[in-house]
Design a protein around this ligand. Structure first.
Ligand SMILES: Nc1ncnc2c1ncn2[C@@H]1O[C@H](COP(=O)(O)OP(=O)(O)OP(=O)(O)O)[C@@H](O)[C@H]1O
Ligand SMILES: Nc1ncnc2c1ncn2[C@@H]1O[C@H](COP(=O)(O)OP(=O)(O)OP(=O)(O)O)[C@@H](O)[C@H]1O
Ligand SMILES: [Mg+2]
Ligand SMILES: [Mg+2]
Lengths: 228, 228
């Protein structure tokens, strides 16, 4: 479903070059559950941005369902991002002026779903992450872990086939973290969604079928997880 | 050094009341290393804001070195926060338009420290969290865990006697997380700083001398840690 071929990302800061990804080769098959681990600064979020077509490589190619992403129009890409990909950002990226419910409803607006359906689905998603009693709170009126959970619900709002979760449990206690991991596992096993998760939690990573290790912008190892 | 007496924090949202803290009693002695744990939404950050004099209770009292904080002038409080308390925020709160170095130098500006000394100390603090080669990056040019480490360095910028760290390792891989925990432990054992840390990591919490468990806005248990 997604393939990265010799992907490089080099940030230029004046005369200095910062290589965030240095030749990443990665194939993510439809319906798989993949974990990406690695030290802080090793390139995981940059890699996720490539997979989610949110950024373009400096060198190398990204293929989405066999199509070269660099040859697609911005509107075609926007359609795909809106309908097929759900992204849980490491820093949440919630809209501060909207409530939790409105934040989760937002992606559905672009798919022309009627309001009463958007609201019903958003409520269900928030209840699934135990925020049924926080729907009217704005991000600033929520705890860090609650904001993270709203970000998770929002990513699932359009029922995407590909879920990209960048450290989805970093702000959660172990019990809630385990619930989120099982939730992602169920989306994969029962709903057939492709799930790619960046995590620092090696116990959480075990839920995956495959764990890739990133180091200094390169994949240095891949091992089979327990989530077969 | 810090005492919370029957502290309540009740947020009012229209006709709804959200009790974030419901009668918290807590004494933090000078030079101790305390961990606070609890489920997402249980009141940990709210509790830290009380300890750090960043917020006022709805009911109850906060004493800082024996003085009732509600009787202190805003300028006296600002002085204390600037000089005596270093706060690592759960969402970092870095200034997006300043570089990592400038962000770490900022708190020292208000203490009239000359520029060359501010810059030298800021560099040393960033090197301690392995960001010596990222000093010129703005927060948007840093990974999530790198932003978290800048926030840690900034909290230590004025060499405060009280360090409040709200989930300081949430975005860090286990190796860097262990380094930060040992760093906090050293600040306590070797420099005599009082450290209060919110963490979801029970292994990290063991570094503390005392672990308080928060649930639904109340302290429901306290146990001795291994950091004696
Ligand atoms: N401004 C606000 N208005 C209304 N409710 C609020 C506000 N700020 C926080 N809350 C609520 O107060 C409760 C405690 O929040 P707090 O941020 O202290 O939790 P926490 O223990 O730090 O959680 P986490 O581990 O997720 O960071 C939460 O249920 C939250 O929804
Ligand atoms: N806009 C940018 N300009 C310059 N350098 C950048 C930029 N964005 C990221 N970097 C650098 O690229 C490297 C990889 O960043 P990335 O966010 O992918 O790391 P990460 O593995 O997600 O780390 P973490 O676990 O801390 O979130 C980092 O060293 C970072 O400093
Ligand atoms: Mg990252
Ligand atoms: Mg918190």
């Amino acid at each position: 479903i997604i393939e990265l071929q010799d992907v490089w990302k080099i940030y230029k800061m004046g005369s200095v070059e910062v290589p965030a990804l240095r030749g990443v080769n990665l194939k993510i098959h439809k319906g798989s559950f993949v974990a990406v681990m690695g030290a802080s600064g090793s390139g995981k979020s940059t890699c996720m941005n490539m997979i989610g077509c949110l950024d373009v490589p400096t060198k190398g190619k990204v293929y989405l369902d066999g199509q070269d992403v660099s040859l697609m129009s911005e509107s075609a890409l926007a359609q795909i991002r809106g309908r097929k990909i759900g992204f849980v950002f490491q820093t949440f990226n919630l809209i501060p002026t909207l409530t939790a419910l409105e934040n989760v409803m937002l992606p559905m607006t672009f798919q022309n779903i009627p309001k009463h359906k958007r609201e019903k689905r958003a409520r269900e998603l928030l209840e699934m992450v135990e925020l049924g009693d926080r729907t009217g709170h704005k991000p600033g009126e929520l705890s860090g872990g609650q904001q993270q959970r709203v970000a998770i619900s929002r990513a699932l709002s359009n029922d995407p086939e590909l879920v990209l979760a960048d450290e989805p449990t970093g702000n959660l206690d172990s019990k809630m973290g385990v619930e989120v991991m099982s939730f992602l596992s169920r989306l994969n096993k029962e709903e057939g969604k492709t799930v790619v998760m960046v995590t620092h939690d090696s116990n959480g990573a075990k839920h995956a079928e495959m764990i890739h290790k990133l180091m200094d912008g390169r994949i240095v190892g891949s091992e089979v997880g327990e989530g077969q």
